[in-house]
Ligand binder design. Structure first.
Ligand code: NAD
Length: 369
């Protein structure tokens, strides 16, 4: 298997965590006999300092020639005085738009070893494994007209979707559910919004092509409660842009730390993979950053761009094993609990690497028998 990956590490903790993620991808390539090539590019504050632009043309051109883009994080307080379109974050928005992915995938998984890190009770989070599929290019964030008239103190945004936009993201959700627990929960506000009525009718129609997948509809307000009360009832959750933005952040608390959350944006010219967290300037350079969100993002690269499901699962299992063994970066440590070993970003990366190598070795030994 050959894969060319653009690595845009960015700012703050971005390079620290991305380094651990690429180490894991290199290990998978080496252990499995794959050829992964990494092409480094500048983005964010680092790119502004070196080139004057948060997304240099060279970065975008290189990204568009790759099979996948792995991004760290952008954002640096020293650029806070710049206008929004010149700041590091503009680079992120520009690359997301240029790559054109319309389906944002965000897993929300409860790790048994971290059940104490979530504000929810362990009996509520037990066995939770939700995959959000959020439509990313439509809805209120992009609909026209949009304006703020400062004279009349009136402002408007438009929630707009076409049938085709709904069909393509719904298909992603049903395909993914087909390989999981065969359930799609579609979220809308069909009791009030016409856009949601179109959303519901269209998703219902798409569901007919996936008879093995159960479809349920939830209103967004009740869904916000269900995620906190009975999160294990959900498998794939399909949402429009704004609802998905809010609900996937809400579900993030199930896992217990921002540093644990991966994401992928698929369906465009090149898939874009990034941990959910930002550049965390408060801990950059201290070795405190949790690299597991970035490493789990690398697992998503394997799953969605390389079709290496077994290896993706092996990376996820390695993360689980290291957590079960009690290793903790600062964000997931719970005081001085017995059985827990505090580790740095680099140590955590190495431990996952070791666990992964052991499991791939075992798998190869079994095949050889
Ligand atoms: P943040 O995600 O960077 O940090 C929020 C809090 O979580 C901080 O206390 C931080 O230390 C902690 N944290 C985040 N990731 C962690 C990790 N991997 N391990 C341990 N702790 C972690 O959000 P913020 O502080 O609101 O923003 C900081 C900068 O990042 C800003 O410039 C913002 O614009 C940018 N940002 C970028 C992205 C992105 O690149 N996708 C996302 C969000 C924010």
């Amino acid at each position: 298997m050959r894969l060319k990956i653009a690595v845009l590490a960015g700012d703050g903790i971005g390079p620290e965590v991305t380094h651990q993620a690429t180490n894991i991808l290199r290990a998978v390539a080496e252990l499995g006999g794959h050829e992964f090539t990494f092409v480094e590019g500048l983005i964010g504050g680092t790119a502004i300092t070196k080139t004057g632009s948060p997304l240099p043309t060279a970065t975008l051109d290189a990204a568009l020639e790759c099979d996948a883009v792995l991004l760290g994080a952008v954002g640096d307080n020293k650029f806070n005085a710049l206008p929004p379109d010149k700041r590091p974050e503009a680079g992120l928005l520009q690359i997301r738009q240029a790559l054109g992915g319309f389906a944002n995938l965000r897993p929300s998984i409860a790790y048994t070893a971290l059940s104490e890190s979530s504000p929810l009770r362990p009996e509520v989070t037990k066995d939770v494994d939700i995959l959000f599929v959020r439509e990313l290019l439509g809805g209120l964030y992009f609909g026209a007209p949009r304006w703020w008239d400062r004279e009349s103190n009136e402002a408007i945004n438009t929630m707009r979707y076409t049938r085709d936009e709904i069909v393509r993201v719904a298909r992603v959700a049903f395909e993914l559910a087909s390989n999981r627990r065969q359930k799609v929960t579609s979220v809308d506000k069909a009791n009030v919004l016409e856009v949601s009525q179109l959303w519901r009718a269209t998703v219902t129609e798409v569901a007919k092509d996936y008879p093995s997948v159960t479809l349920e509809h939830q209103l967004v307000d009740s869904m916000a409660m269900h995620i906190m009360n009975i999160p294990r009832n959900f498998d794939v959750v399909l949402t429009e842009n704004l609802f998905g933005d809010i609900l996937s952040d809400e579900a993030g608390v199930i896992t217990g730390s921002l540093g644990m959350l991966p994401s992928a944006t698929i369906g465009g010219a090149v898939n874009l993979y990034e941990p959910v967290h930002g550049s965390a300037p408060d801990i950059a350079g201290t070795g405190k950053a949790n690299p597991l969100g970035a490493i789990l993002t690398a697992a998503m690269v394997l799953r969605h761009s390389a079709n290496l499901e077994q290896d993706a699962k092996a990376v996820e299992a390695a993360v689980n094993k290291v957590l079960n063994a009690g290793y903790r970066t600062a964000d997931i440590a719970r005081g001085q609990q017995p059985g827990q070993t505090p580790v740095s970003t680099q140590e955590m990366g190495k431990l996952v690497h070791q666990a992964l190598a052991e499991s791939i070795d075992r798998r190869q030994a079994m095949h050889a028998v």
